[in-house]
Design a protein around this ligand. Sequence first.
Ligand code: CFM
Length: 546
Amino acid sequence: MEANKTYPDPSAIREELVQKYPAKVAKKRTKSIIINDPETVPEVQANVRTVPGIITQRGCSYAGCKGVVLGPTRDIVNITHGPIGCSFYSWLTRRNQTKPETDADANFITYCFSTDMQEENIVFGGEKKLKVAIQEAYDLFHPKSIAIFSTCPVGLIGDDVHAAAREMKEKLGDCNVFGFSCEGYRGVSQSAGHHIANNGVFKHMVGRNNEKKEGKFRLNLLGEYNIGGDAFEIERIFKKCGITLVSSFSGNSTVGQLENAHMADLNVIMCHRSINYMGEMMETKYGIPWMKINFVGAESSAKSLRRIAQYFGDEGLKAKVEEVIAEELPKVKAVIDEIRPRTEGKTAMLFVGGSRAHHYQDLFTELGMTTVAAGYEFAHRDDYEGREVLPGIKIDADSKNIEELKVEADPELYKPRKSEAELEALKAEGLEINGYEGMMKQMMKKSLVVDDISHYESEKLIEIYKPDIFCAGIKEKYVVQKMGVPLKQLHSYDYGGPYTGFEGAVNFYRDIDRMVNNPVWKLIKAPWETAAGENDGVLEATYAEA
Ligand code: CFM
């Protein structure tokens, strides 16, 4: 923590957060509320079931599969097999953007496909209706691929979406049809859906086109979903550096890219949580190493470019990357110099998803702001503590429900992109391959780390710390703002973005400056200010009743 600032005692806060819970709940939640120590990172309870009755930020498996991983690919028809609500509420809400190369190129992102299951289908089965829907989508659009996503009732009534997909694939001939058993209830959060999606994309898409794209430095960008145009900025930087993007998983991507991804020479991973499975599987089957990078934050972007150049080991690329950084960074620094006097010393809290609660801390650091508390909704222990804890993680029943693909080296296409010796040499130079150090090593000592924070706990934290900004999503936004604290949406970016790369960093600094220095927050009376200055005002009365 900054020497000149005092923060509340984190142990006392932890007590306070769980004090009102029944003993069993308090015991469980305490294991997910951790006082950080970056030197000897403590264990965090993560990826476990949410306590029933607690208001969680989490989503469902279907959201993770259909919305997160498959959603951003523009020329695939994604059919939601289920009641209309699941489809309607997953329609265009994530702000994942796409840019077809020509007007003639297929783009189905703006459409919403659903089998619109009715009571009759629930009682007598929905496979027939599903096949009709696939045929209808094919007749209308002639897409390269059609994917089917199972919602909760599909699993409950036992519709076999995979059999329906196989039958229709055979019938249609030139359309790749496949299904996902991503019923909302699978696993403990959307994280299960990511894993299911990775398996399906790997099984049914990657490896279908062996054409070798031109370019000396060819990589895939994994776990970047082009929210608010993030991928566009990274593409701009890659292009400037002479780096060829073979495929993106899956922001601004096409079916063709994904089918060709195995021909790249490196996988770089932005969002470790949602896509690390793909990196691992592609390494085993094709011999492509993966590397964690981060294009959120100007310094992190520069570092990531240098790491990519180091991996390829080409002097020309190294020089080009330095040239690009030297051109981009001063423009960013000029904006930091302007804004930082207004943001320096302010505090932030980040409770979002499975990777951004970590990545966005870099942007706040660049503004001189301190992250006092952070946590993921659905990440696993490795995203907090680093991948070295992986061998020690016990697999529980919820995780066992998700298929682990048995992957082997492809007899023809397996070709290690780097020899063992080359990889060892890179590691000796300090280049971390196949690693991720997680959030906690970067966070300050005594900051609070809370996994799957409940609504009650987040209100309490705000009351106690009174942060200058709280980062979460739309479900939290207005509740928090009514407490007089601005909330930046880190899922959808409100209406902003891109926030990646160099231009994105500038956008973020300006948006944060506008939010934390807006005098409007002083006009709002927070609940703790209206109840005689005591903490036991409106909030506690509400919870005592619950
Ligand atoms: Fe990865 Fe994401 Fe995230 Fe995520 Fe998400 Fe998202 Fe997110 Mo919302 S894939 S884990 S499931 S970076 S939709 S683009 S913002 S919760 S932190």
